[in-house]
Design a protein around this ligand. Structure first.
Ligand SMILES: NC(=O)c1ccc[n+]([C@@H]2O[C@H](COP(=O)([O-])OP(=O)(O)OC[C@H]3O[C@@H](n4cnc5c(N)ncnc54)[C@H](O)[C@@H]3O)[C@@H](O)[C@H]2O)c1
Length: 271
């Protein structure tokens, strides 16, 4: 089940903001455990080095990493070319990059609005722009196209997540859902599937590292508050997200496209 042997995965945002397991890092490692060759990119070389350390410790020989700003078309193209030079093909693209800043239309600066769209939406657009032609060529050559998984958030359908209003993040992640569905249908006859994982409150290092500072609360207070909001009584783990990504990228999901899996411990249904 969920064997990725023979597949090459390009994971964008394969690092983690701090020590521990972010969603992209756990996805990259789980894909390697499932037999894929994995090419990970991240804007932060230190974050990427953390993933390399795990790959080496676990003994995954087919791992390559490259620093890349996924908001730069030039850099994305260079990374895609490097992946092709190293592994010869790309079967899986994971667009994991994202992050939120709080604010409503008045309090958000124009620069912050644009930066949120660049980070949460343009990165996926550029990933697809440069990888779709590769997958399409593969489909024409050997009948094996590819699978793309984009990472959205329950923020796209919630007014507030954890008590924060964040209109730019919510709007960009909603846009990512529409982008995924439209792209899926545009490429459905070309052997390429496109799906989304809609992520709830996950206990990644981002919670302690970034959110607690943004909200001005203690780490323990924030963790307790987020746990209490969830019907299951706890935040998810990064591997809960990675498991869903691996399924959507695998051949077991070969009839699944233009849809999403919500990984949120029941939060959205309980609202
Ligand atoms: N943690 C949560 O509770 C949660 C909830 C909902 C959705 N998500 C989504 O999950 C995804 C990953 O979240 P995470 O918590 O693992 O965060 P993370 O910050 O640990 O991981 C994201 C990685 O993306 C990298 N990155 C940022 N900008 C980049 C760029 N321009 N080019 C290349 N790399 C870049 C960062 O350096 C980081 O290593 C995001 O899309 C986020 O919106 C997370």
């Amino acid at each position: 089940m969920l064997d990725l042997t023979g597949k090459v995965a390009f994971v964008a945002g394969a690092g983690s903001v701090a020590d521990g397991w972010g969603n992209g890092k756990s996805t990259a490692v789980l894909m390697a455990r499932q037999g894929a060759k994995v090419f990970g990119v991240d804007i932060n070389p230190v974050a990427l080095a953390g993933t390399t350390e795990v790959m080496e410790k676990e003994g995954h020989p087919h791992w390559a990493a490259q620093t890349c700003d996924m908001t730069s078309s030039e850099q994305v193209k260079a990374a895609v070319d490097a992946c092709l030079a190293k592994f010869g093909r790309i079967d899986i693209l994971v667009n994991n990059i994202g992050g939120s800043v709080p604010g409503d239309p008045v309090s958000l600066t124009e620069e912050a609005w644009d930066a949120q769209f660049d980070m949460n939406l343009k990165t996926a657009f550029l990933g697809c722009k440069h990888v779709l032609p590769v997958m399409e060529r593969q489909f024409e050559t050997d009948g094996r196209g590819g699978a793309i998984v984009n990472i959205s958030s329950i923020a796209h359908m919630s007014h507030q997540v954890g008590g924060r209003v964040m209109v730019a993040y919510a709007t960009a992640k909603a846009g990512l859902m529409a982008f995924s569905r439209s792209t899926a249908i545009a490429y459905v006859k070309k052997g390429i599937r496109v799906n989304t994982v809609v992520v709830g409150m996950i206990h990644t290092p981002l919670v302690e590292h970034r959110l607690a500072k943004q909200l001005g609360v203690s780490e323990q207070e924030l963790v307790a508050k987020r746990n209490a909001l969830i019907p299951m009584g706890r935040m998810g783990q990064a591997f809960d997200v990675a498991n869903a990504v691996v399924y959507l990228a695998s051949d077991e999901a070969s009839y699944v496209t233009a849809t999403q899996i919500v990984v949120d411990g029941g939060v959205t249904a309980a609202r």
